[in-house]
Design a protein around this ligand. Structure first.
Ligand code: NAD
Length: 437
């Protein structure tokens, strides 16, 4: 599948570029800007249009001092970035991870703007994060961190301003603490300030599976477009958290074979297909997929190079770079994670003819059901699961086909098409609103 020339050079925008002996940027903000400029070039946007929507509208850096259980006080750095509110309130998750940086948060905030626009949800883009390692913290310490971080970003968040949600290593409990902290300062319950809440506190049915369900629907649509059956397809998943494990379960239920999965501790492989329900129980009990009896261990490099029909990166950014992209042996790469491919990896996969379902489309199911949660909170009603799931399926299918049509009209890949569609919608909104004052 890989031509020898490909290991040495990649054509990008008509230019031949050598991949040997050069360093590839993995700064997520630089990569987000590169993708933006490439789509803006194709849209022939002038510099004024670009300038208005390129930079984040607001960036807040906060110090988060936390009293630890041993009595000491530790300070963590936190961020909240609102990239755009042109189409609605900023919307985006909060990440607690040791690798969180301002540039990562700025990139993720920008991707949220495009993601909401690509599925036509009336939100802008935002993101937040705290540089910390929740795996080394006790639940009470995480609660104190969450509440202090919330109070630090409180002036800029709100149900009509900026609505956080869960992301890597944050969950419904963390959202409940954010909502409680915000509500206590307002003197009444404000459920719409966050999404991804526990159901009993105004969370939406179907929210916790929504990202994976959206990934699943875009994969179904890609299989239909490429004329191969999901039933019997061989699937590899990197990352077995919220997005990855639930996607594995849905794919398994569709009678595809999930042959390998990984998490931060290691990878497991079974050529005949892993028993996903048993693997989920194993992960729940032990905290990792490692040591699962129905599988053999493999390395992360081997996992990404497995011959398969569908590869789902569902962990973190930059999982596939120019150094490992050429080893990918998948027909479809479905980006459940945000930014798992560098632009150079993208170019390599393009050359290889791999059909990439870009992150802003593939994992937009989460923000779509977050929007439904917010709508239900505002109206003080709750929809049944069937209503949530059928609305989600309709949005994912419509959005996939809109991106596909754009890619066919423009003769570009799906990522560029998704960016074009999204950036066009944001530019149109900004232009119609005009420049204040
Ligand atoms: P999570 O914390 O539930 O899961 C992350 C998983 O990735 C864990 O299993 C972790 O062990 C694994 N992981 C971390 N580093 C790894 C590595 N180097 N190799 C293999 N596995 C590794 O997070 P999540 O919510 O599932 O998010 C995963 C990705 O999906 C992120 O990029 C996130 O931004 C994106 N995403 C999530 C949602 C959502 O609603 N959860 C929505 C949109 C996008």
């Amino acid at each position: 599948m890989t031509s020898p020339e490909l290991t040495e050079s990649v054509r990008q925008n008509g230019k031949e570029r050598s991949l040997s002996n050069h360093t590839e940027s993995t700064n997520p903000y630089e990569l987000a800007l590169q993708n933006f400029e490439a789509a803006a070039d194709l849209l022939e946007l002038n510099e004024s249009d670009r300038a208005e929507i390129r930079a984040p509208e607001r960036t807040l850096i906060v110090n988060v001092p936390v009293r630890m259980n041993d009595g000491s006080i530790r300070s963590f750095e936190g961020y909240r970035v609102q990239h755009s509110t042109a189409r609605g309130p900023a919307k985006g998750g909060i990440r607690f991870h040791p690798g969180v940086t301002l540039d990562e948060v700025r990139a993720l905030a920008m991707w949220m703007t495009w993601k909401c626009a690509v599925v036509n949800v009336p939100f802008g883009g935002g993101k937040g994060g705290v540089t910390c390692n929740p795996k080394e913290m006790r639940p009470e310490e995480i609660e104190r961190l969450t509440r202090r971080y919330t109070s630090a970003i409180l002036p800029i968040i709100g149900p009509d301003k900026d609505i956080p949600a869960p992301d890597v290593y944050t969950n419904a409990q963390v959202m409940a603490w954010i909502m409680d902290t915000y509500s206590m300062t307002r003197g009444h319950l404000v459920p719409g300030v966050v999404t991804g809440k526990p159901i009993s506190l105004g969370g939406s049915l179907g929210r916790s599976e929504a990202t994976a369900r959206g990934v699943f629907h875009t994969i179904e649509a890609a299989c239909q477009h490429l004329r191969f059956s999901l039933k019997g397809a061989r699937v590899v998943i990197q990352g077995f958290g919220n997005a990855g494990s639930i996607a594995a379960n849905l794919i398994d239920s569709a009678q595809a074979e999930v042959i390998a999965v990984s998490d931060s501790k290691g990878c497991v492989y079974n050529a005949h297909g892993l028993h996903i329900p048993k693997l989920m129980t194993h992960k729940e009990k032990t905290g990792s997929v490692v040591g699962f009896s129905g599988a053999e261990p493999i390395t992360p490099e081997e996992l990404l190079a497995l011959p398969c029909d569908i590869l789902i990166p569902a962990a973190l950014e930059n999982a596939i770079t120019h150094t490992n992209a050429e080893k990918v042996r998948a027909k479809v790469v479905a980006e459940a994670a945000n930014g798992p491919l560098t632009p150079e990896a993208d170019a390599v996969l393009d050359e290889l003819g791999v059909f990439v379902i870009p992150d802003i489309l593939c994992n937009a199911g989460g923000v779509t059901v977050s929007y439904y949660e917010w709508v239900q909170n505002h109206q003080h009603i709750s929809w049944d699961l069937n209503e949530v799931n059928s609305r989600l399926e309709a949005v994912m299918s419509r959005s996939f086909h809109e991106v596909l049509e754009t890619s066919q009209e423009r003769k570009t890949n799906m990522r560029t098409a998704a960016n074009i569609l999204a950036i066009r919608r944001v530019v149109d909104a900004a232009k119609l609103r005009g420049l204040y004052p």
